[in-house]
Design a protein around this ligand. Sequence first.
Ligand code: MN
Length: 202
Amino acid sequence: MVFELPPLPYAYDSLEPWIDKETMIIHHDKHHKAYVDNLNKALIGHEELQGEIEWLLKNLDSISSQIRTQVKNHGGGHWNHSFFWACLKKNTKPSGELLRAIVRDFGGYEGFIIQFKQNAVSHFGSGWAWLALDPRTKKLEIMQTHDQESPISLGKIPLLVIDVWEHAYYLKYQNRRIDYVEAFPNVINWEQVEKNYLNAIR
Ligand code: MN
């Protein structure tokens, strides 16, 4: 089966005023869709690779070198955006086991937010800034990926992400990535991040 664009799991204006409706429409309906369409195009003639996006990204080395870069870029774009939408919701707070891990690894919520924002602002060019779990140490870590690379290709388990491609903020914030990053903690879906964390440490 070919890959399909999943619907945005909430209304386009749900994240106002921090992320505007127009940005969400274009980001989801145009940018994310283009990754799905281009992934499907890349897999024409490679039907055996259709189906499991996570498998593709975790096994890039086993994919024909002719299409590996396209799968990394467009498949990563598809997976990263699907993950990103789920990370967004207003008015939630970290709690429980996740909050205890944040205190353990970052000194507390405020310490985490400072480091997360710093990581997002300092990323050079297009890419993503993540909170991830290293499955070997079971510790939280802040990391960046460039272009559409996904942490799942690097053996990490993503918990939270901010898209720092200009297309994620340009309509509302123009070139001011720092203002977008400052606003971002208002739309972190901590309920989802906690689910991701509990699945990761199981
Ligand atoms: Mn994006």
